[in-house]
Structure formats: C-alpha cells, structure tokens
Design a protein around this ligand. Structure first.
Ligand code: 6R9
Length: 648
C-alpha cells in the first residue's frame, strides 16, 4: 500500500502540522469544553455563551446542545462582519452554464441583495421560525435565499432542483412550508429545467394534502415562458425594487434551527434533518479553514449543488463565515466538453477544488488531454466527498489533475454530521489513496460488530461515533423519536453512521460504504425503500425489491426486482415505462439501471425479503449465496439466477 508522506511545500503553507494536529486532537477529546469553548469564538456572538457542551446520548434522552446560552445571527456572521475589512472583496464568484457567462458579487453587494430578499420575505409575512422552501438552480440567488432566511430567523429547506414535483410536494408538506423560492427555469449542460412548472405542480399536490403555498418567489433566470398565479407568485426582480436595502439581522439562540434538509434513510420517507445555528456554524467554518487549509485571499470552489448538505456547509456557510471567495457553478462537468472544470480553474485562478469521486471517474474516462490543456497552476488543495474513492480515481486526481503537487483531502461525512468528520489535513496527515485517514477535532470514531461489541486494533466493523461534536444534527424535524430510533437505537449510547469501515494498523480509517439499505448513486444518497415504493405505485407492479450493485461510473447502480400483477407480461417496453415512472415519482437521479421481472422474491417464512441474496445475484456473485435454507421456497432463487440482468 502506497503512502504519500506530507511534502515540504505542503508543510510550509499549512496552518497545522502533524504535531499540532495531535495536540489539538488529544485536547479536543479529553477536554471538549475547553477546546470548543476556545474555538467557538471564531464566530461573532451577540451574547457570548457561558456553557459549551451539554449533550446526552442516553437511551430515551438524546439531547444535543452546544453553546446553549449564546446568541448570534448566522447571516451576519457570513456577511456583515466582513463588510469593514473586505466589503469590496468578491464573496460569490458565479460561473454560468454557458462559459461566456460569469459574475462576481462582493460582500457589500451580497449584503444588499440578501437584505432585500429578507425584506421581501418579511413583507410576505415570513417570521422567525417559519419554514421557507427553496427549489433553485445554482445561481447566486440560491445563496441569497438561504442567507435571507437565516437573517430573519426563518428555517430554510432546500430541495434539490432535480427532484420531481411529487418529491418537492412531500417536502413542502413535511416542513409545513407556505413559502417557496424558485426560478423560471434552470440551465444545465445547455438544457433548460422547468423549475417553475414543477413548482406549480408541487404546490397543487401539496394543497390537496392540506399544505397551501401562499407565496412563490420567482427568480428570472432564462426568461422562458412560465405559468403565473396572480397574488401568489412574485417576481424577485420586481419585488426587490420596492423594499429597503436594510434589514437588521434577528438575534437567534445558538440552538434555534437554521435549516432542515431532507435525506434518505433505510426505511420510510426521507427524514428532515435539523441543524441549528451556533454549533453548526462553528463546525462548518472551522472544518472549512483547516481541512482545506484555507488562507485569506484563496479562491475556493466546491462543485456540489446547494440542494445537498455539501452545498450548505462548503459552498455557503463555511466559506462565507471565513470571508472566503466561494465559486458557484451552474453547469455540469462535461459541458461544453469534459475539460470544463479545468478551464474554470484557470479562468478564475482557483486554489482549492472540492468535488465528488463520480465526477472524477467520469472525467478520467474522457482522457488526460482535456486536463492538460489547462495549466491548473493555481491549484493548491484537492478534495473529494460523497462516496468511497477507488485508488485508481484517487491516483488520477493526484497525478493528472494535481501534477503530484496538491494534497488530496478525502473527506468523510454525512448530511447528519453537518461537517467533515474524518479527513486528512494538508500539511499534517500522510495520505493513503482511498483512506479518509483520521478524525477531525472532537470526533471519536469507533468500530462495533453486529452485536455492538467494540472492536479494537486493525479490523473492520460498523462505524459509530461515541460522543457529540458541534455540527451534529439535533433532531428529525418534528419526530425526535425517529431521530433516536434511526441513529441511537442500533447501538446504545453511540451515534451509528450507517456506514461500514476498516481501521488499519496505523489507525487510518477506510470507509467501505453503507451497511444499511441506503445506496449511493453518483454520490447521491437514496433509500432502496423509496425506489421500491415508487415502483409499487405503478398499477402493473405488485411487489418490488431494490438493491445496489457495483457500477464503474456511478459507484453503485440501481437494480430492481419487480413482480408484476397477475396477467401482466414483462417486456422491454414495460421496463422503459417503469424507468420513466420512477423518474417522475422521485427524479432522474433515481432512474433504475436494471429491472429484472421476477415471478416471486426470496422470502423467509415470516415474509421478510432476503436482500442479501438479491444483492449477490445483482452482483453476479451467486456462487456464495450463503444459507438459503430459511427461505419459504428455495426454488425461487434458481429462477432469479437464470434471469439475472448483470451476467458477466
Ligand atoms: C457529505 C455527504 C453520506 C454518505 C455516507 C457515506 C458516503 C460521504 C464519503 C463517503 C466514503 C467519503 N460518503 N463521503 N464514503 N468516503 N469521503 O455526502 O452526505 O449525502 O448525507 O451522504 O455518503 O456512505 O454515509 P450525504
């Protein structure tokens, strides 16, 4: 196994070296109050906190509070506090889908736009604690809307612009949100996305379910024709003219919610993950500074979408709290061609670049020349997130993109964790391709076996975190019981991540992927249960079981076993129909890759589907099916094998 030791150049530039990392880490876990009490001061508080950590993982009493008696405003921390020292510095550098389009927004301009949007929301009756839903393309107004909500103490819920009207409706209902911010259309890879049309459909569906949306604030992006509902719909470019450019930030408690973000789990509907204000911002800004070794003046680019947590913490909140210039990209990596990313790097002189393994794998396939035609000389740090990175992709990223000059930070974290938990620090951590390496400050990872026994030494197991960190989610929106059930009931007194991991002889962490029924398709998290319920909603389907299988590009692909209603015949046409049905129900990211029609599914005598077997067959690895004797009808398996869709 290759190890890349920290290079002298990295050390010279870096804020932290290996020794400091160790000293800080030891203190962060032995004296969390002292450590975080000090680092909590990195952001501005209106009223300083006097307590730091007050957290319990005790069964029946999951209670997580940080900096509890302090007050602050997250938006003021991301904008106002920089006005004096860097008002004319660029805050958001926007690169359009079309390479000819870009713009720069300074902190002063950001302050004005966000204040105006906050006032428009107020004018429409939005108050502290109200939920504002966003369904936006990657344009600066998406960040304005998040920050404007934070400014007035409203709680934003961003829904990825690729989700379907149904999915959006479910999230509007879930958050009882009566205000929606969207755009006429999005633009990605030269194609338009009908956001306003989808939003209208979603509002209709939500209304039937009892959740009326009374304001739809619409940003004009493409100028395309959109349906309009008088009284409810408001154009942002018109509304901004008639409000003041001054909006004093609301004083918020550290534990007041900042946002809800829906994410997939192994069962049921997506959960509303709730993050609060103080601890979240301390953690997002601190990880942004040290993981990316951010220095004043660096141009920082995270390619995520604001619809995911990475966009929240590492496009908007972390970087802006640190006064960074954050690049926001509207387009896709392969438009106009697969050299776009590196062209943008040169164009905007990007120093820190953060993307997903799936993008790296796709660009790898397009060949070296697309990379080498750009100089990339400004790059200093490269990062990845979202799924395990295979060593081939890691090496290509390191050698071809970074010319072996830039450390790679493979950052492991989750929507629930708010910020990065396991990662190298440039200048401090020797790298091993494919390993997320070591825990960040305050993070105590642990491996347990399926019975919950703690595993010591170099071994493999289920990844838990034994104590709280400031960026941790606080609850599932309006369902604290589900919060406990999902994360704290499998193994008592610890947070269970749902991931499997290995720890090697050097104490390095290697994330192996989900051990629950969550699959990770191109870095997008999805519950197999969600895809199953979309499938059975089709009137020709009686039953469905969905599993992931290894996919060269996407990391995991979606494999569906479908049992049809009596009298229905499986055909390629029906396959297509089911694919488009799932896309409509959830969104294009959930498109099934393989559909196998199965007269029946392998079940235990108590009726439980044996997914272990289905996974093996989907992987074309049925030589090791294990014990099938508990099946109600072992004969089912032969038919499944004969008709498998992934024959090698
Ligand atoms: C930030 C984000 C979380 C799941 C997580 C894990 C996988 C994320 C990873 C990684 C291996 C990494 N994951 N980063 N696996 N190495 N560096 O992606 O949040 O969308 O909630 O997904 O993604 O399986 O549990 P989210």
């Amino acid at each position: 196994m290759t190890t890349i030791t920290v290079k002298d150049e990295w050390k010279q530039r870096a804020k932290l070296d290996a020794e400091t990392y160790q000293t800080w880490y030891d203190r962060s876990v032995s004296d969390p109050d002292g450590f975080w009490g000090e680092h909590g001061k990195r952001i501005d508080w209106i009223k300083p906190y006097s307590t730091v950590k007050n957290t319990s993982y005790a069964p029946g009493n999951i209670d997580i509070r940080w900096f509890e008696d302090g007050t602050l405003n997250v938006c003021a921390n991301c904008i106002d506090r920089h006005l004096e020292s860097r008002g004319d510095q660029v805050a958001i550098l926007w690169e359009g889908d079309d390479p000819k389009e870009s713009k720069a927004i300074t902190f002063k301009e950001l302050h004005e736009e966000v204040s105006r949007m906050a006032n428009v929301l107020k004018e429409r009756g939005v108050k502290k604690g109200d939920r504002v839903t966003l369904y936006m393309p990657m344009i600066p107004e998406a960040a304005y809307a998040m920050l404007a909500s934070a400014r007035i103490g409203a709680v934003h819920s961003v829904v990825f612009g690729g989700f379907s009207p149904d999915a959006l409706a479910g999230r509007l209902e879930g958050a009882s949100s009566s205000v929606l911010i969207t755009a006429d259309e999005g633009l990605r890879g030269g194609k338009t996305v009908p956001l306003k049309k989808n939003a209208d459909k979603a509002c209709e569906i939500a209304k039937k379910a009892g959740q009326e949306v009374t304001t739809v604030l619409v940003v004009k992006r493409t100028g395309g024709d959109v349906p309009w509902s008088e009284g409810r719909d408001v154009w942002w470019h018109e509304a901004r003219e008639s409000v003041s450019a001054d909006c004093p930030p609301e004083e918020m408690k550290a534990e007041d919610p900042l946002f809800i973000l829906y994410t997939s789990g192994s069962t049921g509907k997506p959960k509303g993950v709730v993050h609060t204000s103080g601890g979240y911002l301390v953690y997002a800004s601190m990880t942004h500074e040290y993981v990316f070794d951010y220095h004043d003046g660096d141009i920082y680019w995270c390619t995520a979408d604001v619809g995911w947590v990475t966009g929240h913490s590492y496009i908007v909140y972390g970087p802006l709290a640190n006064g960074a210039t954050t690049l926001m990209f509207e387009g896709v990596p392969n438009y106009p061609d697969a050299g776009r990313m590196w062209e943008v790097v040169d164009k905007h002189k990007v120093n820190i670049f953060y993307t997903a393994p799936t993008a790296i794998r796709a660009l790898m396939g397009a060949g070296k020349e697309k990379v080498t035609r750009a100089s990339r000389e400004t790059l200093k740090i490269l990062g990845t997130v979202g799924e395990p990175i295979n060593p081939e992709a890691w090496n290509w990223y390191y050698k071809v993109v970074g010319d072996e000059r830039c450390p790679i930070v493979d950052t492991w974290w989750q929507t629930e964790t708010g910020g990065i938990l396991i990662t190298p620090l440039p200048g401090a951590t020797d790298l091993k391709p494919g390993s997320a390496t070591r825990p960040f400050f305050g993070v105590k990872p642990q491996l347990v076996d399926n019975e919950g026994n703690v595993q010591e030494g170099a071994t493999e197991g289920n990844l838990c975190i034994t104590d709280s960190w400031p960026g941790q989610m606080r609850t599932v929106y309006q369902d604290h019981e589900r919060f406990e059930q999902t994360y704290f009931s499998t193994y008592k007194n610890k947070y269970f991540t749902g991931d499997g991991a290995k720890r090697d002889e050097d104490g390095y962490w290697w994330i192996t992927g989900r051990v629950d029924d969550v699959i990770n398709v191109s870095g997008h998290r999805m519950g197999t249960a969600e895809v199953e319920s979309a499938l059975v909603a089709h009137d020709k389907v009686s039953e469905a079981a969905v599993v992931g299988y290894p996919h060269d590009m996407k990391g995991q692909g979606i494999y569906c076993y479908v049992t049809l209603m009596e009298g229905e015949e499986g055909s390629d046409e029906l396959r297509k129909e089911l694919v488009s049905h799932v896309r409509n129900e959830i969104g294009p990211i959930a498109s099934p890759d393989k559909i196998q029609f199965a007269p029946s599914l392998p079940k235990t005598r108590s009726g439980k589907i044996m997914r272990r077997i289905l996974r093996k067959i989907a992987e074309d690895d049925f030589g090791s099916l294990g014990d099938t004797s508990t099946l109600a009808d072992p004969g089912v398996v032969d038919d499944l094998i004969d008709n498998r869709q992934n024959k090698k």
